[in-house]
Design a protein around this ligand. Structure first.
Ligand code: PGA
Length: 250
């Protein structure tokens, strides 16, 4: 019922030529994939070129950040309609690196989420606890706050079309993946909270797992009921690895 989504978050990597040649290869490698939605999220500077290369491919384009205002004196920011203009259909919002290094809060995450939806973009809203929070046994409390405040005030229809990514901060870029059981436990909890907020939208919303997903652990993660895909950093930068992730069921 929920189509799996494999999303590559390239973070601050790849020049325009690097990005374009990656997409050329990706298109050939995954041309016959129908049952998994493929998404790449390059840096802002490569979006337009990557979009041109993605024409005639089913893979989608996403950005890694967005600002909530439409235009004006906001030096250095990119508006929702500018992302649409560059060919994006998705945007990652509230990644833990943005929360940690750039001061993003659940309040700004909510503003960005609403602005993205209003522009016709699909937000991928990231939530996740730090190692300290997990050790203090407050994972569920943290996740509940991030979901309730970051994804507040949507209609049921809007709520079913967004994507949520659970990314435990301690698993990002560390090689330390959450076990499929640890991930499933939190994904199930997120769906429970979401049901309280948006009723039946909880059955439709896709919840991705992120944090050191790689070709060896992907199939066990994807077997879990509430894991609907991956938000992948490191392993999405190498074509062989990303292709293996997309073909997780083979
Ligand atoms: P990682 O990053 O796969 O390199 O751990 C995931 C992410 O930050 O989205």
């Amino acid at each position: 019922m929920r189509k799996p989504l494999m999303a590559g978050n390239w973070k601050m990597n790849k020049t325009i030529p690097d990005a374009v040649s990656f997409i050329k290869e990706l298109k050939n490698t995954v041309a016959d994939v129908k049952d998994v939605e493929i998404l790449v999220c390059p840096t802002f500077t490569a979006l337009y070129a990557v979009n041109n290369e993605l024409k005639n491919s089913s893979a989608k384009l996403g950005a890694q950040n967005i600002f909530w205002e439409e235009k004006g004196a906001f030096t250095g920011e990119i508006s929702p309609s500018m992302l649409k203009d560059a060919g994006c259909s998705y945007v990652i919002i509230g990644h833990s690196e943005r929360r940690q290094y750039f001061g993003e809060t659940d309040e700004t995450v909510n503003k960005k989420t609403k602005a993205a939806i209003a522009a016709g973009l699909i937000p991928i809203v990231c939530v996740g606890e730090t190692l300290k929070e997990r050790e203090e046994n407050i994972t569920f409390k943290i996740i509940e706050k991030q979901v309730k405040e970051g994804i507040a005030n949507l209609s049921v229809q809007e709520a079913e079309n967004i994507v949520i990514a659970y990314e435990p901060v301690w698993a990002i870029g560390t090689g330390k993946t959450a076990t499929p059981e640890q991930a499933q436990e939190v994904h199930e909890f997120i769906r429970k909270i979401y049901r309280q907020m948006y009723a039946t939208a909880a059955d439709k919303v896709r919840i991705l797992y992120g944090g050191s997903v790689n070709p060896c652990n992907v199939s066990d993660l994807m077997k879990k009921n509430d894991i609907d895909g991956g938000l992948v950093g490191g392993a999405s930068l190498k074509i062989e690895d990303f292709a293996k992730l997309i073909n997780f069921a083979k």
